[in-house]
Ligand binder design. Structure first.
Ligand code: BDR
Ligand code: CA
Length: 330
């Protein structure tokens, strides 16, 4: 099987961690770089979480540190959702692994140039570093094979404000720059190269339950299993406290899975923009379904997903990976 080179931009984060583990568990993915972005927790903590996850999973991937702050707004973090260190109740192992000596924006640009026309990008945090990368390399959209973004909420309520989703809400200016950057670079050509954007309207269908988690972790012989269980327990409790039930939405793993297989979702091309100035609506993502703006499409918005197909794949791959790690350690 030929593995796809994949570059991941994360604000790890419980569900970002699950997305990374899914990619490490997937033989059709070759993770060639990880950008750490400030979001769920500050960027230093995101870097530590990414390096420690690599240690835990026995995987070697260059990890780069991103900007400490969004491109213009002050940083907000979400320890209430992801725990004090971003991994719920889990404690990650110590590691002496080091960050790259170039930053996360540079890592995007280098990876795109290293695999021209081949690289799949996945962004599951605020788009700060991707926006900074686009400033350095405006041709980035034409260098990538595919980009999948977890962000926004389309014809759907927000999870951070009544109308805004977390990743876009933390850095709305960056998200707007990314959508504009893709519009400018592709200028109406090749809609298949537009970013696939998975908003809450889709990702909230990906509902993890304790029963499904049990199928994933099995007899739990490797420390990764305890980390996933302890991280997910916090995430379940957060969703429960929000009145959603004892469950958790796996937003970011859906983006990882779609990066490897876009057929997992049905998308519609449209023009997307981000509200930057509204006093009540800042960070809202607007899809111009009926082309009132008269602009070319700049995104493929996910509108339908089969959660059972996703979970089939997710549980099989991550379950096999934890079993493999357990066997390796004995
Ligand atoms: C997004 O916000 C973060 O808290 C999650 O990691 C996910 O990327 C969902 O709105
Ligand atoms: Ca995330």
């Amino acid at each position: 099987m030929t593995a796809l080179p994949v570059f991941v931009d994360v604000d790890t984060g419980v569900d970002d961690a699950m997305a990374l583990v899914y990619l490490f568990a997937s033989e059709d993915a070759d993770v060639v770089g990880i950008a750490s972005t400030a979001g769920n927790v500050p960027v230093q903590q995101v870097c530590h979480n990414n390096l420690a996850l690599l240690e835990l999973c026995g995987v070697d991937v260059p990890v780069s540190k991103g900007s400490e702050n969004p491109v213009t707004a002050p940083l907000r973090t979400a320890e209430d959702t992801h725990g004090p260190e971003g991994m719920g109740y889990a404690r990650l192992p110590a590691t002496d692994r080091a960050l790259t000596d170039y930053d996360a924006a540079e890592a995007w640009v280098r990876a795109a140039h290293a695999y021209p026309g081949e690289l799949t990008g996945v962004a599951t945090g605020p788009l700060t570093n991707l926006a900074l990368a686009l400033r350095r390399e405006p041709a980035l959209p034409r260098l990538l094979r595919r980009l999948v973004i977890m962000g926004g909420a389309f014809d759907y309520r927000g999870n951070t404000t009544p109308v805004a989703e977390w990743n876009v809400s933390v850095d709305p200016e960056a998200a707007a720059e990314v959508f504009h950057g893709w519009s400018t670079a592709w200028n109406g050509e090749s809609p298949e190269h537009l970013p696939i954007v998975l908003g809450l309207n889709l990702t909230e269908h990906i509902v993890m339950t304790p029963e499904l988690l049990g199928r994933l972790t099995g007899d739990g012989a490797h420390p990764l299993v305890a980390v996933l269980e302890d991280a997910m327990r916090f995430y379940f409790e957060f969703h429960f406290a929000c009145g959603e039930g004892y469950l958790a939405h796996l937003h970011d793993p859906l983006a990882a899975a779609v990066a490897l297989d876009p057929d997992l979702v049905r998308c519609r091309p449209t023009t997307v923009d981000v509200e930057l100035t509204g006093t009540l609506t800042r960070g809202m993502t607007i899809a111009d379904w009926s082309n009132r703006w008269g602009r070319d499409p700049n995104a493929l918005i996910g509108v339908d997903v089969d959660p059972a197909a996703f979970f089939e794949r997710f549980l099989t791959r991550v379950g096999a990976f934890t079993k493999f790690l357990s066997r390796e350690q004995t």
